[in-house]
Ligand binder design. Structure first.
Ligand code: G3H
Length: 251
């Protein structure tokens, strides 16, 4: 169903916003293979309006965030851009560090990278933050984030992409994990089933962040988006009309 043809978009945006108790929902047309480009374009417009001189902008990894960075127009805003959390074993273009550097270049700002693999033990991470001044510094900047932008993935797909150990994968299956964002795996009611150890931001930090933008598209992500936004409980959600239709059916 192409919702835009039926002029029901505004109504559905309101319906989803109220059902998820978040600040706003924006639905873009899917347009087949152009879906990510359209999502990225809309997200870029929304985020760019929030950035001011000296803002700290944190961004997650993934193809959706890469599309947003790609669509970001050049402007002189001078923010500090950081990855929201440590790197993941994805292709370079989709790593949060790289996306942060692209955004900083578009905005004539600066960036800081966090060179840490996923899945380090909590003890190792605590030790690094205590002993390594560089890690301590970026961790402090990340926790001053004014604007957080993140993508949402399907829990088991993300677990596979990140080569999560079998025991943890089983924990996700047993806990009915549906969606993933910022290394947190959520079930349909928004509970966090599993969280990867991480120096950066998690869904629990969102309450302290002034501006939050989540971006995701595709019918298959409908459940994942609901689970993550029920955990997030605030922010602007930017989705395509296929995801929106899937969510309408599930809510
Ligand atoms: O954590 C979620 C993923 O980064 C989303 O990745 O935008 O490539 O689907 P994606």
């Amino acid at each position: 169903v192409i919702l835009h043809e039926y002029e029901r978009v505004g109504e559905l945006e309101q319906q989803l916003k109220h059902a998820l108790h978040i600040d706003d929902v924006i639905i873009t047309p899917s347009e087949g293979s152009l879906m990510l480009k359209r999502l990225g374009f809309t997200a870029a417009k929304v985020v760019q309006r929030m950035v001011t001189d000296g803002s700290v902008v944190a961004v997650s990894g993934g193809s959706t965030m890469a599309a947003m960075a790609d669509e970001m127009p050049s402007s002189v805003l001078h923010p500090i851009v950081v990855p929201a959390r440590g790197g993941v074993g994805e292709v370079v273009e989709y790593q949060a560090n790289v996306i942060a550097s692209v955004l900083a270049e578009r905005w004539h700002g600066s960036y800081k990278m966090l060179h840490l693999p996923d899945g380090l033990s909590k003890d190792s991470l605590d030790m690094l933050v205590t002993l390594e001044p560089q890690i301590k510094e970026i961790s402090e900047v990340i926790h001053r984030t004014d604007i957080l932008v993140f993508g949402i993935g399907q829990a088991l797909h993300m677990a596979d992409v990140r080569h999560i150990p079998d025991g943890v994968r089983q924990q996700l299956v047993d806990g009915n994990a549906v969606g993933e964002a910022l290394g947190q795996y959520c079930s349909m009611d928004g509970s966090i089933v599993y969280a990867t150890n991480n120096i950066g931001l998690s869904l629990r930090d969102i309450v302290n962040i002034p501006h939050v933008v989540a971006v995701a598209g595709g019918f298959d992500k409908a459940g994942a988006i609901i689970s993550v936004m029920r955990s997030c409980k605030k922010g602007i959600l930017i989705i395509d009309d296929q995801a929106a239709e899937g969510m309408r059916q599930l809510l």
